[in-house]
Design a protein around this ligand. Structure first.
Ligand code: ADP
Ligand code: X15
Length: 474
């Protein structure tokens, strides 16, 4: 039998035999100053690869999507002779208020490493370093040299470092950070950033570029290219933003507000907004955050772009959804000075009001970074939101965010699967990152991406230096 040639379909009468295989290339639109993985010299080089494999909850992977989209970069590095040292953060083990680090096995990279080993059938080594209570790992000690020796000798397929946020220097700005970055850089010859979702300028995403020739990975490139569609949306443009990461999401909202036709809020952000607007109080919402939300309330007084979801769910306990201990309350009944228990979801009925239906059904672009309720017990609002958004079959729909994708997958597995292949949907690996890009107005202004560009200019390996011109073929 003749060998199968991709793209060379065989026709027998009306029957089509074989299938055509896409060449895997895609036109991307990237800033020509951005140094690309494709242009790096990787032969026999140790490559420090930062990914966003922040997919582990209580020691388990709930959605492997963020790992799968980095496999192309790993393959590319290995195929071109590079030896990978991979790193990611998991969760938020550093408490900014108490300034302490809590190291729990649940936040380890073990589940990710086990998944990669099963998937790629190569062996990864995870080095162990000395841990200090409340301060984490101070040093990458020399014990790692043995593993690097094995990596170079191809006795192991890769090294996977412990959770980057377990290192004292990761989120620090002083000597701890400098020491950590110098030690990290000492392990490798080249740095590749494929962690679109990790926009925060930490040691392993940002400061490391001061010390190694640095490049954008393939996932990073694809995401940066697609984010243009949200930056230049078809109108009406509706953003739905919810969840629990109040600290990193409230800032971008003021800028995003200017770009959208309507903004729908949920989760802790919405609770804080409601407290500020109606002068009510809810358990778990901090006074300092209410103060921050007042700016958004003022902004909305004139333009009225924020579409309120009127019915929300109040509970007496955060321990679960227990009959008789939760109830639906209506924002329109709020009285100044009222105090509520924990507000943990949006009632699904909110998505059936004529105003909300009209806005979602007439939108041309919808960006969703939203888990409406406290999971896993209060899933009802998020489920209804996903359904209401899917009803609009003409809009371009962009979902982004670790938890957003994970809940989309667990609540609507069939739809999630279809969305992965649908031209009407695009799933971003990072939700906070897309919000940040909308705030900056430029994906190449993200601190981590800017650092790559500056590195390319410093080392002279940006695309502009005779390698290629935009648009780029991956
Ligand atoms: N009202 C609420 N109270 C407490 N937690 C909430 C509430 N609404 C959503 N959450 C939690 O927010 C988390 C998702 O938020 P976030 O990390 O900001 O989203 P993403 O990862 O998609 O950007 C979920 O774990 C969910 O349980
Ligand atoms: O899950 C992430 O972001 P996302 O919740 O905005 O999608 C990323 O891993 C970034 O995590 P971080 O917001 O703790 O820096």
């Amino acid at each position: 039998m003749a060998p199968y040639v991709p793209g060379d379909n065989l026709h027998y009468g009306n029957m089509k035999v074989g299938y055509s295989v896409d060449d895997g290339q895609e036109t991307t639109y990237l800033d020509p100053r951005l140094p690309l993985l494709q242009h790096a010299d990787l032969k026999d080089k140790v490559v420090l690869l930062r990914v966003d494999h922040n997919v582990v909850k209580k020691g388990k992977i709930l959605d492997q999507y963020r790992i799968d989209v980095t496999l192309a970069t790993m393959y590319n590095i290995i195929e071109r002779g590079g030896r990978p040292i991979i790193m990611t953060h998991i969760g938020r083990p550093y408490d900014k208020k108490t300034k302490t680090l809590t190291i729990k096995q649940d936040d380890s990279v073990d589940a990710v490493v086990a998944y990669l080993q099963r998937k790629l059938r190569i062996k990864f080594a995870v080095p162990q370093f000395h841990v200090t209570e409340k301060e984490g790992i101070h040093d990458i000690d020399t014990s790692i040299n043995w593993l690097i020796h094995d990596l170079r000798a191809r006795k192991i397929g890769g090294i996977y470092l412990p959770n980057t946020r377990w290192f004292a220097g990761e989120e620090d700005k002083g000597v701890n950070m400098e020491r950590f970055v110098v030690q990290l850089a000492g392990l490798a010859d080249v740095f590749v950033n494929d962690a679109f979702g990790s926009w925060q300028p930490h040691a392993s995403t940002y400061h490391i570029t001061k010390y190694l020739p640095s490049y954008a990975g393939l996932c990073m490139q694809a995401e940066l290219s697609h984010v243009r569609e949200v930056l230049e949306p078809k109108h009406p443009f509706v953003a739905v933003v919810a969840g629990s990461k109040y600290d990193t999401k409230i800032g971008p909202l003021t800028e995003i507000y200017k770009k959208v036709d309507n903004l729908i809020l949920g989760g802790i952000i919405y609770n804080t907004f409601l407290c500020a607007k109606y002068n009510v109080r809810m358990k778990g919402v901090e006074e300092s955050d209410i103060e921050l939300a007042k700016g958004l309330v003022e902004q909305d007084k004139l333009q009225k772009k924020i579409l309120e979801l009127p019915m929300i769910v109040e509970t007496d306990t955060l321990a679960g959804r227990f009959e008789g201990q939760f109830r639906t309350i209506n924002v329109n009944d709020f009285k100044e000075g009222q105090e509520f228990g924990y507000v943990v979801d949006v009632d699904p009925a909110s998505f059936e009001t004529p105003e909300v239906r009209q806005v979602l059904e007439s939108a041309k672009t919808i960006f969703v970074n939203a888990v409406m309720g406290m999971m896993p017990a209060f899933w009802h609002g998020t489920s209804k939101m996903d359904e209401a958004i899917d009803r609009n079959t003409t809009a371009q729909k962009f979902f982004g965010g670790g938890d957003t994708l994970q809940e989309f997958k667990s609540l609507w597995p069939g739809l999630y699967q279809a969305a992965l292949d649908s031209a009407k949907y695009y799933l971003f690996t990072g939700g906070g990152t897309v919000l940040k890009v909308l705030e900056e107005g430029d994906p190449f202004g993200l601190p981590t991406v800017r650092a790559l560009i500056e590195n390319g200019e410093q080392y002279g390996h940006s695309q502009e230096n005779g390698r290629s011109s935009s648009p780029t073929r991956m």
